[in-house]
Design a protein around this ligand. Structure first.
Ligand code: URA
Length: 231
């Protein structure tokens, strides 16, 4: 990796600031002042900023409690984005693992690790996503079997994959999906003649939305949570 990229990623400063620091002689590589931003560094090099060693930038894995009104995209002309809630350098380059609608709340996973993100979102790996749903009309018992058998959605040629529906009360249920089609939960309820009034994602695989997070807040995933995706 180039030295300026390493420095920006591990310190959080911009590449421009990092170059200024180099010119000021504040950066050393293996004890010697380094002034070439393009210098190629390897894992064995010992890099310091103002005498303080810098750690190699690792991958980042976050859970965020998405509030209503915020969109899951990298930029948007009219709404705030989930990445805008992150007080982190280069947040806009992070990957959002599966998108929620603007009016859906709950668990969003965000990472720098493309392979991990693919693992979370690819239907091939059958990572379950659990939603809490409130509906306009009572949910009939026979909906459980219909969700299990798969539904034909408007304008789509293939049936949905088997989904688990657990009815909590007349107007409330948990739905577990292993795929993520556009507006899928809302369209599945529409396919059985009902309407989703509110939708909240509570869990992705073994990762449960932290009860201590408020809407708009986020935290790092634990190693156990990160690794659970491969389990
Ligand atoms: N299904 C939906 O309809 N909306 C979401 O945001 C997520 C799943």
């Amino acid at each position: 990796m180039r030295l300026d990229k390493f420095l920006a990623q591990s310190s959080g400063f911009s590449r421009k600031d990092v170059r200024k620091m180099m010119r000021a002689g504040e950066i050393t590589v293996n004890g010697a002042e380094a002034r070439d931003p393009a210098l190629h560094i390897s894992d064995d090099d010992y890099i310091c900023l103002d005498g303080m060693p810098l750690e190699a930038p690792g991958e980042q894995y976050l859970m965020l409690y998405k509030p209503e009104g915020c969109v899951c995209s990298n930029d948007d002309a009219t709404h705030p984005t989930v990445l805008g809630l992150l007080d982190l350098p280069r947040a806009d380059e992070m990957i959002i693992c599966g998108r929620l609608d603007v009016d859906t709340t709950g668990l969003v996973l965000i990472t720098t690790d493309g392979k991990w993100a693919h693992r979370v979102t690819s239907p091939k790996h059958k990572t379950g996503k659990i939603y809490h749903v409130e509906t306009a009309d009572p949910i009939p018992q026979d909906a459980i079997e219909k969700f299990e058998q798969g539904l034909m959605l408007h304008n789509e040629p293939f049936r949905t994959k088997p989904a688990k529906l657990e009815i909590i009360s007349d107007y409330e249920a948990h739905v577990t999906l292993t795929e993520g089609r556009y507006h899928q939960v809302k369209r599945m309820f529409a396919a059985i003649g009902n309407k989703v009034e509110s939708l909240h994602r509570a869990q992705v695989g073994g990762i449960v939305l932290d009860e201590f997070l408020e809407p708009g807040e986020y935290r790092d995933l634990t190693d156990e949570e990160v690794n659970s995706i491969y389990g």
